[in-house]
Design a protein around this ligand. Structure first.
Ligand code: SF4
Length: 209
């Protein structure tokens, strides 16, 4: 099963298939893989030992960034993610980024986000929409309407512990007006840049995850 894979010159970590959302644009709905592998559907949720073993045996030549992303929400296994990040930092100079829905406070209420400090270099958070109702229609989180503010709160709070934080949207059927509102939300409410990702439906050669 694929725990690590290469995509657009970076190394990606696929540590879970769990996710409390069902985003309209989720690439999982359109195929089984991204990058240089056949499937990102895991046979089982990998243990710390399995992940470390896969990391050690992976050809990391020329790679300087590891992204926790994959076919699931990596922060569903937040404590494990940080253990793995700590190991990677001890073995390499790789920059470490986490791509997340920003809902860790709802997924794992006891998780202390200050533990990101020194272990995670960058966080990319899915803003997805300019208000809670639109967010619900795009993201379908199982926690309902409070999800949006939980995500915004995480985006603001994590900046104290991680030097490089950004928000993202996917341009699937959003429209110019909504994109502008998202830019305002990101800048004025969170003090963060907004990255606009293009919607893809296949394993194309474009960094989009
Ligand atoms: S949060 Fe990520 S993995 Fe989960 S449904 Fe949305 S895009 Fe897919």
């Amino acid at each position: 099963m694929t725990i690590f894979y290469k995509y657009c010159g970076k190394m990606y970590a696929n540590i879970t298939n769990q996710c409390p959302c069902s985003c309209e644009f989720c690439i999982r709905k359109n195929g089984d893989s991204v990058g240089d592998n056949d499937s990102l559907w895991l046979e089982h949720e990998p243990s710390y030992e399995e992940i470390i073993s896969a990391f050690d045996s992976f050809d990391k030549t020329g790679i300087n960034e590891l992204v926790f992303c994959g076919y699931g929400e990596p922060m569903m296994r937040a404590e494990l993610l940080l253990q793995v990040a700590e190991y990677v930092k001890s073995k390499s100079n790789m920059k470490i980024r986490v791509n997340t829905n920003g809902l860790v406070a709802l997924m794992d209420p006891s998780f202390d986000i200050s533990s990101f400090k020194w272990k995670i270099d960058a966080v990319s958070i899915s803003l997805n929409a300019s208000d809670p109702e639109k967010y619900l229609r795009i993201t379908h989180p199982k926690y309902g309407l409070p999800s949006y503010n939980a995500m915004l709160h995480f985006a603001i709070a994590i900046q104290e512990y991680v030097p490089d934080v950004m928000l993202t949207i996917v341009d699937k059927e959003l429209g110019e007006e909504e994109i502008e509102l998202c830019k305002i939300r990101a800048k004025e409410d969170c003090g963060l840049p907004l990255r606009i990702r293009h919607y893809i439906t296949d394993n194309s050669d474009e960094e989009n995850v």
